[in-house]
Design a protein around this ligand. Structure first.
Ligand SMILES: CC(=O)OC[C@H](N)C(=O)O
Length: 298
């Protein structure tokens, strides 16, 4: 490299170093103590293998016993998840003693692994809901193999368990991975009941404090969102997204906003609606927007 190029690189390096030091988010002393996105994707792949045996992964199920298959997949998952949970806890709280981190990581990982059978059963109910909700589905296998809605719900249901355990970073990395692949953004904090059906799905956004009941069906482009704010961190942990009760259908491209907005059970919300106020049970509605304001936090 010529002298001018070397000088350019040296100057840019010095300036980058200044930037790194000015930003509190870069702590180079952590080494590899940063959650690893690729490892978390491989955990999702392991979960998919154990949730839908024979559909994904490399095993030929004709030659594998169910015990061996589930046991060995769970053992691999435990090791991968334990490592990432440990790293994420350390990354989140640099002051925590290693022994405490290890104990917490063991507890969270064991709790998660113990819940896998229940979560799997729940995901199979979502597959059923998808089948009953979409005449275009050939059969349940078709949905497992190809539907973006079921992939995103599958990732969300496992990520939600980690979110509930207060595991930092990993739940969001999981759901944002699914979001990138499918265009469906379900925050791991959302609470979603049984038999959830997403048809088509592209462009759906479901915010962190959303509550959804059982047998709810939503179409592409639906946003279950929060009213806009400029001082967002003041609302962290506050209910800002709507509640959707049992058996509600929300058609395409509808936006429903606000933590106090409740869509009563058995209601149907028309496509392209903008809803910022509650709707009673058993109602068919289009737009409902008595007020639209950007709430400034005091
Ligand atoms: C889904 C949505 O509108 O979220 C807005 C913002 N991310 C929040 O969580 O409040």
């Amino acid at each position: 490299m010529g002298t001018i190029v070397n000088k350019t690189i040296q100057e840019a390096t010095a300036r980058l170093k200044e930037n790194y030091e000015a930003q509190k988010i870069f702590d180079m002393s952590l080494g590899d103590c940063v959650p690893n996105r690729d490892a978390i994707i491989s955990i999702i792949e392991g979960l998919r293998t154990v949730t839908f045996p024979g559909f994904f992964g490399s095993e030929n199920m004709a030659y594998v016993s169910k015990d061996n298959f589930a046991g060995s997949t769970l053992a691999i998952l435990y090791e991968r998840l334990f490592k990432q949970v440990r790293v994420a806890l350390k990354f989140d709280n640099k002051e925590l003693a290693d022994a405490e981190i290890r104990a917490k990581a063991e507890e969270y990982t064991s709790t998660f692994i113990a819940k896998i059978p229940d979560i799997q059963a729940m995901i199979l109910k979502d597959v059923d809901a998808e089948f009953n909700g979409d005449p275009a589905a050939k059969d349940h296998q078709d949905i497992i193999l190809s539907y973006p809605g079921i992939f995103t719900i599958f990732v969300y249901r496992y990520a939600h368990v980690l979110y509930e355990l207060n595991v930092p970073y990993i739940p969001r990395i999981m759901t944002e991975y699914a979001h990138g692949l499918t265009g469906i953004d379900i925050n791991p904090g959302a609470t979603i009941g049984e038999y959830f059906c997403i048809d088509h799905g592209t462009g759906i956004v479901i915010g962190e404090t959303t509550t959804i009941g059982d047998h709810v069906k939503i179409y592409q482009g639906v946003t279950l969102g929060a009213l806009s704010t400029r001082k967002g961190q003041l609302l962290s942990g506050v209910k800002r997204h709507p509640t959707i009760e049992n058996n509600v259908v929300i058609y395409a491209n509808t936006t429903i906003l606000g933590g106090e907005t409740v869509i009563g059970e058995n209601s149907v919300v028309a496509g392209n609606s903008f809803v910022t106020t509650s709707i009673p049970a058993n109602t068919k509605v289009a737009s409902m927007q008595p007020e639209l304001e950007i709430k400034e936090q005091k």
